[in-house]
Each structure stands twice: as C-alpha cells, then as structure tokens.
Ligand binder design. Structure first.
Ligand SMILES: [Zn+2]
Ligand SMILES: [Zn+2]
Length: 433
C-alpha cells in the first residue's frame, strides 16, 4: 500500500503545524492533498513516533478549527442580532477580542435597561447565600403572619432571591402584604430588585466556568467541543460517563441475560454484593456507539417491558426497521444470571448419586446446567433441583437404579463408580470446552 516518502511526511507535518486539518491534507477540503487517509494511518503505524505527534496535532487542529468557526460565526457581523448596525469601534473591539457581547449594542442595551439583565453585573455584587431553600410559611390564610414576613425579610437581607424563597402562591400572598403595607414595600423593594440582579450575575458567571462541576479543570487537553453547537464539555467526566471498557465476555453475558428475560435493571443493578453484569454507563455507551451490538441485544430481548422500552420513541438507540413482538408465555424469574465458574461441573456432578451410571449422571448434570443457564433456578436452589431430577430419573428408569443399600453395587461395575478427579476432569473438559 502507498505510504508517504520522507519529503511528503515533512510537508504533512509542516502543514499540520500551520494549523491545517486532516481533511485538508487528505483531499477532502479543496486543498492539494498529500495522501489518502488510509495512507496516513498506515504511515502512523509504520512510524509510531511521527504518528503520535501528528495525531496530537490533528486533534488539536480539529478543535481549534471548530473554535475558529464558532468565533467566525459570532464575530462575522456588522449588526447585532436585532439588526441594529454596530458602530466601527464596536466592530474593532469584536475583532480584537474575537467575541461579541450583546451588551455592546447600545440600542439593545437601552431596551434591556428595564429588565436589568446585563446591567445586573454593575449591581453591588454580594454573594447570595448558598443552598437557599423554599420557606415554609404559615398556611390557612391569604394573609402572611408577622413571623412569615420577618422570616422572608431576614433571607432577603442576606441576598436570597424571592424566586428561590417563595412558591407561586406565597409570592401572591407576599405581594398582597407589600400592597397593604407601603412602609414594608419601600423598605424591601430595593432589596428584592438587587437580589434578583445578583441572581442573574451568579447565573451568568456559570457561563465562564473554568472547571467542570466535578472540579476537573477545563484545560485544552481536558476539554471537548461538541461540533453541533460548540459548547464545551469535560473529557474526564465524559470518559467516566461512558463507563469502563466492555469485554466480549460481558457482551455475551448481557446477551444471555436478555435471552433469559432479564430486564435492563436486572443487568445493571449490583446484586448479592456482586458487580452488575454491565454498568448502566457501559450499556448506554455500547448501545449508542455500536449499532451492530445494539441490534444483537435487541434480537435477544425476551422481557416484554424491555422490548417495549427498546421499541419506544425515546429509547437510547433505535434499531430502524426492526420490530419485535413480546413472547406471550413470558415468565419473570428472579434468579441471577448464571456465570460459569471453575469447579461447577464437579459440583453439579457431586449432586448426582453414585449408584447411577456415568451417562445418567452426565445427563442430569446437563439438565441442571440448562436450568441454571435459563435462570429457572439459582445456585442455592440447585441441590433441591438435582434431587427432583434424580427422583424423576429413577421413576423413569427403575431398572437402572441400583447401588443403594438393598442392591449393592456389583463389583464388576467399577467404571460407574464416582471416580477419581482425573476422570471427572476428562468429562468436564469435554463439557466446557
Ligand atoms: Zn441591538
Ligand atoms: Zn469533569
């Protein structure tokens, strides 16, 4: 396959360093291409050091080009969003700062003055109390008591906004109280207005956050940009959100769980102190990012409630064109998903009586195994289940039931004795592999 020669690799690197995107270098954006994307990936594999450096640049360029696009869209203007022409000094400032602030339009600003939205930043900035909760006021009357008003006033003075303090009905009662008491109104009105502005300031500060809400700094490396709208997100959190890597074994277990009628809740809830079959984050990520596995899961569904949720309009990831009918004879089972463990064969085998023939014991072990896999029984219920099966077997095969106290095991039947470990191992290899 074609890869790059050293000169081309140097040009590639130089153009990346100049800020070009991978698309521009591989012929997708009207720029002279150097090579195909496949050739580039191949070159990366052949020259890991060069590859690591270029891939980092590719990612950085992609981010900064998206960012540039957003800046371009917001600053490529000669008028505000309302259509007021912008004066030259505002345009110059916009281009220098690479951003546009809607307060820079004087015509708009004048209109907002009444609302106080942007001018709230000029209000006396006080820190409003954290964790303001809705107040519980006296009930039973449309008039607030003196205690109620004192309580509201104390919170207002501390900077809490009325919206957070009072529910809709209490706001009406409070307005009535202000109307009936002009002194109170003139005392509290300025405080209420100041607090409303402060609340806006606090809200607007959030837009300039430097850390995500879990405290990860939004550095360039740790910041992702959504191409759809240019908003930022924390990559560390995003990774946590997506869950740990999923193994093929987990996918098999999930599929088996679904086939035996387990619901998403059954699969994603920790049980008996054990980890869930799959975490919800992993489940969601797999379904969203792997349509093939999503479809595999969907075809494995047996639980009617889960089928309904997959078929509903607001499912995480829809499989277009696939409709499922819920099985009519569905029986919900609470048994956990059976995950084979080392020694299970020996354990199941030990639950069958020694007096039975080898083949009979293996048959019962096979049946027990099936019951477990189909979740008709859990591990704790297996001994009782084995007893029932042995009883049923003896009933069906009365002649073969020998070897108990009354009919001692003949000496010429050593092959059917519960044998050595090695014999058990031979069979178990055959069963599990
Ligand atoms: Zn305007
Ligand atoms: Zn974070």
């Amino acid at each position: 396959m074609f890869t790059m020669n050293p000169t081309e690799a140097d040009t590639f690197m130089a153009r990346l360093e100049a800020g070009q995107s991978l698309r521009m270098l591989t012929g997708g954006a009207g720029e002279p291409p150097i090579c195909s994307t496949e050739a580039f990936r191949r070159h990366c594999e052949l020259h890991p050091e060069w590859g690591a450096k270029t891939l980092a640049l590719v990612e950085a360029n992609s981010k900064s080009r998206i960012q540039d696009g957003i800046v371009k869209r917001t600053t490529d203007r000669t008028a505000c969003n309302q259509g007021h022409p912008l004066p030259p000094e505002v345009i110059a400032r916009m281009q220098a700062e690479r951003r546009y602030d809607h307060r820079w339009c004087e015509a708009c600003a004048r209109r907002w003055q009444g609302v106080g939205r942007y001018f709230a930043e000029e209000a006396d900035v006080i820190e409003p109390p954290a964790n303001v909760e809705r107040l519980t006021l006296s009930g039973g009357s449309r008039f607030l008591s003196a205690d109620d008003i004192a309580l509201i006033e104390s919170w207002l003075i501390r900077g809490a906004s009325l919206r957070k303090l009072l529910g809709a009905w209490d706001v009406i009662r409070f307005r009535l109280a202000l109307k009936n008491n002009p002194d109170l109104e003139s005392r509290l009105r300025p405080i209420i207005e100041r607090n409303a502005k402060v609340a806006v300031v606090v809200g607007s500060r959030k837009r300039r956050i430097s850390h995500c809400k879990y405290g990860h700094e939004l550095t360039i490396e740790n910041t992702g940009i959504k191409p759809s709208n240019g908003s930022r997100f924390c990559l560390t959190c995003n990774r946590t959100f997506a869950g740990a890597p999923v193994t093929p074994q987990m996918l098999d277990n999930v599929e088996r769980g679904l086939l035996t009628g387990m619901s998403v809740g059954d699969l994603t809830t920790p049980r008996d102190g054990k980890r869930p079959t799959i975490t919800y984050a992993q489940w969601r990520t797999v379904r969203r990012t792997r349509p093939d596995i999503n479809e595999r899961f969907m075809r494995a569904l047996r639980n009617p409630a889960t089928i309904r949720s997959f078929m509903s309009g607001n499912t995480i990831a829809r499989v277009p064109g696939l409709t499922l009918a819920a099985p009519v004879d569905f029986v919900r089972s609470d048994a956990p998903l059976y995950v084979p463990q080392e020694g299970d064969y020996e354990w199941l085998y030990s639950l069958t009586p020694r007096y039975l023939q080898r083949s009979a014991r293996d048959e019962i072990v096979g049946d027990l195994f099936l019951e477990l896999v189909e979740r008709r029984v859990d591990r704790a219920g297996v001994p009782a289940c084995a007893k029932r099966m042995v009883a049923a077997y003896n009933k069906e095969n009365p002649m073969k039931a020998y070897g108990d106290i009354r009919t001692p095991l003949p000496l010429d039947a050593p092959a059917y004795l519960d044998g050595t470990i090695s014999r058990v191992e031979t069979v178990s290899d055959g069963l599990w592999v």
